[in-house]
Design a protein around this ligand. Structure first.
Ligand code: AMP
Ligand code: MG
Length: 404
């Protein structure tokens, strides 16, 4: 049996699937994975400019003026091009406006008296400025040649803003990973249909579908597959022709009615089977016709946990995304739990008590109880060969963070 961190490590270091590179406009690039490093071809700001509304002066000039008074020789709103500062004068300037050549300091308007009389426009500097104050130097934010986006980076709103700030209207990203999803089980019925005796509704399909969507992958529906070897083989072949990765649910434990493992062994390559985790031990990983394959357990909770722990790193790697470790916080166990031989992920809800965050566990540990996931805020890791006592610090993985 494989250890969880070992499998996570293998998945994270897999090369990306064969994905085309698309040039997409920034408005369509949220959540996409950058396919190349992006460098700035300009300085930002491109020229020194004023950080405030006020008066641009030459510091030395001011020292030589009587009564700290300077004639105002030009007006520089943002977006205009200033002329060089006439020695011994000030320029009225506004936030974001380029600094006139020869000016080295901006005095904020609150520290000035702006006098308009018959002799023209004058400024009295009321308090001595610091030389260089209120100026944003050229390249303060970004310099020519600086890397603004890394290959493999998942682009968020800030990244898109940064790209825009250096003048990029579009960005090269990897084509979205296509993920074929099928559910095995003779007992499965689709919601919206009458439930016959012996049947349950297929809850894994919307789960896996939505999780893929949430991560920006393209789910491809491959339906429900009956528990026979030929049907499973056919489903795998079809799925492989449609997607970069196949996710199946159920039929992977190795029992008489379980055909996923023999099907992948017969048609493709089985690389791994069974991981030492709970819930979710029966997991199969392999490949078929150039597509990666991951067989998830059928129990809804197991399916979800395996998705969080293994499918996400696998999908990120195939999508060309850089490795990202799940967010993990230290909280206090609000329960006792006996020693475990498999790394266990316990459904918990967080409560605040004094200055502590306490994790209460869901009373029923059955992996068939989907409502436990809806109740929980996340998972607490129970490490192999350890017991947990009330009050112990434990690692907590919130669902939303662990997912994204
Ligand atoms: P299996 O992994 O096929 O042995 O299934 C384990 C348990 O999960 C069984 O009780 C199945 O009925 C249930 N199960 C399997 N697939 C699904 C599914 N798609 N939706 C809901 N429950 C499922
Ligand atoms: Mg089954």
């Amino acid at each position: 049996m494989f250890k969880l961190d070992e499998v996570q490590g293998i998945f994270s270091s897999l090369p990306p699937a064969e994905l085309a590179i698309e040039d997409v406009m920034l408005a369509d690039a949220l959540g996409r994975i950058a396919a190349e490093d992006v460098f700035s071809s300009i300085d930002i700001p491109p020229s020194a400019n004023s950080a405030m509304d006020g008066f641009a002066i030459n510091y030395e000039d001011l020292l030589h003026q009587k009564n700290n008074t300077l004639r105002v020789s030009q007006r520089v709103p943002a977006g205009s091009i200033p002329t060089p500062l006439i020695p011994g004068t000030a320029a009225r300037i506004f936030t974001g406006a380029y600094l006139p050549e020869g000016a080295d300091t901006v005095v904020i308007q609150e520290n000035c008296d702006h006098v308009q009389d018959v002799s023209g426009s004058k400024v009295v500097v009321l308090s001595k400025p610091i030389k260089g104050a209120n100026i944003r130097p050229q390249g303060q934010d970004i310099t020519v040649g600086a890397k603004v986006v890394r290959k493999g980076q998942r682009l968020n709103a800030i990244d898109l803003s940064l790209l825009a700030s250096v003048g990029k209207a579009s960005v090269g990203v990897f084509e979205r990973l296509r993920v074929a999803i099928f559910s095995t089980g003779n007992e499965l019925a689709e919601p919206g249909h009458k439930l016959n005796a012996g049947q349950i509704y297929n809850s894994n399909r919307p789960l896996l579908w939505a999780l893929c969507q949430q991560l920006g992958f393209v789910p491809v529906d491959c339906g429900i597959v009956e528990d026979t070897l030929p049907a499973t083989q056919y489903a795998l072949k079809t799925a492989a022709s449609k997607a970069h990765l196949i996710l199946s649910s159920g039929g992977v434990s190795g029992g008489e009615e379980e055909h996923v493992k023999p099907a992948i062994e017969a048609l493709g390559k089985l690389e791994m089977w069974k991981v030492r985790i709970k819930p979710g031990k029966p997991v199969a990983y392999g490949s078929i016709d150039g597509s990666a394959f991951l067989g998830l357990p059928g129990n809804p909770v197991s399916s979800f946990v395996v998705f969080q722990l293994l499918t996400v790193p696998l999908m990120r790697a195939l999508q060309g995304e850089e490795t990202k470790h799940s967010q993990c916080y230290s909280v206090v166990a609000g329960f006792d739990k006996k020693i475990t031989t498999r790394e266990e992920y316990v459904r918990v809800k967080i409560r605040r008590e004094g200055g502590n965050l306490i994790a209460d566990r869901f009373p029923n540990l059955s992996s068939g109880v989907l409502s436990s996931l809806s109740w929980a805020d996340g998972l607490v890791r129970h490490k192999i060969d350890c017991a947990i006592s009330y009050g112990d610090p434990v690692d907590f993985f919130p669902f939303t963070e662990a997912m994204l």
